[in-house]
Design a protein around this ligand. Structure first.
Ligand SMILES: [Zn+2]
Length: 324
């Protein structure tokens, strides 16, 4: 009797079905969601975690990468490269659906974690040493490209190589608190940063040919009352505008800003920008612009004094309204 021929996709599905519960739990502890484990057909071949590499669609499995479990569960798994022939980005199927933005990270597990957070991502992974110029075409039509790399010298070099191929891509460096050799895993799972923090990190990234786009100039409201002026000056330093705006609308990194639908008018596109460097907002449609105090005055129809009170409350409780 003829044996049915197994396609690479069949093999990936079989490995996925064979994944023991403890491996699933291990992947969860690495920040990889159950839905991503199954969509990406992560599996177990009896010795290693199997990671299929897809082509343009999930139907096309073009290779496998294998992860060896570390001795200590806190350590990262070691990757082996077994793609068909030439180095490939891991996450080609994400690129093929042309997301409006994408994050390029270093390692396969970083990418799976980001996708678990709803962030479209690809990893250089086992291809880190070879960044191929022809990868450029795959990024055509992607509006915002971010490179999020670790703090090692090799990571910074890899990021530069990618930026050489994709000059529009912005390099966002993980903060020093992740430690030497720290990665996206440490950022989210050890330091417990939020999705919003990550957007702010991405917005801090810089492109190769950074043209200095000036954030809008705004006149700060100066109350005659000296005490109020002092309170306002202190709050402008202590409370970040994007943290307050985030209560009302989801902000996403785009170029060097955070953007969203404008919370101050009925907005069908993403006209509203927060400039994290200067803590100023602006809307290209309704023309609103200001600082954190003005934002509350505009958004919540507060007086200057009420906005200060709300910000003092926010500093302590994280909410605008309610009791101290
Ligand atoms: Zn607006």
């Amino acid at each position: 009797m003829l044996k049915p021929i197994l396609t690479p996709r069949d093999i990936a599905e079989r490995y996925n079905r064979c994944m023991p519960d403890e491996i699933r739990q291990y992947l969860n502890s690495r920040g990889i969601a159950a839905t991503i484990i199954d969509r990406q057909l992560l599996g177990w071949n009896g010795a290693n975690i199997t990671i299929p590499v897809f082509g343009d669609t999930f139907w096309q499995v073009v290779g496998f990468r294998y992860a060896t479990l570390p001795q200590k569960l806190g350590d990262s798994p070691e990757m082996q490269f077994a793609d068909t022939d030439k180095p490939m980005l891991y996450g080609h199927e994400t690129l093929a659906r042309k997301p409006h933005r994408i994050v390029i990270c270093e390692e396969e597990f970083d990418r799976l974690l980001l996708e678990s957070h709803g962030v479209p991502a690809v990893a250089l992974g086992a291809g880190t040493t070879a960044v191929l110029p022809q990868w450029k075409d795959a990024f055509d039509g992607v509006e915002d490209i971010f490179i999020c790399c670790g703090r090692r010298t090799a990571s910074a070099e890899a990021a530069k190589k990618v930026q050489h191929v994709l000059p529009n891509a912005r390099i966002a460096k993980l903060p020093a608190e992740v430690g030497e050799g720290g990665r996206i895993f440490d950022y989210f799972m050890r330091l417990l940063h939020t999705d919003h923090d990550f957007e702010v990190l991405l917005a801090s990234g810089t492109a190769a040919d950074e043209s200095t786009s000036q954030p809008p100039q705004i006149g700060l409201l100066k109350p005659a009352d000296k005490t109020q002026a002092r309170r306002a000056a202190r709050l402008r330093k202590r409370v970040r505008l994007h943290d307050v705006v985030y209560i009302f609308t989801n902000l996403q990194a785009s170029a060097g800003r955070l953007v969203s639908h404008c919370p101050l008018h009925d907005d069908s596109s993403r006209s509203f920008s927060v400039h994290p460097e200067t803590d100023v907002y602006s809307c290209s449609v309704c023309g609103a612009a200001g600082d954190v105090v003005m934002f509350l005055m505009n958004k919540e129809s507060m007086t200057f004094g009420q906005a200060l009170e709300a910000l003092e409350r926010f500093e302590i409780t994280g909410t605008i309204y309610g009791a101290f």
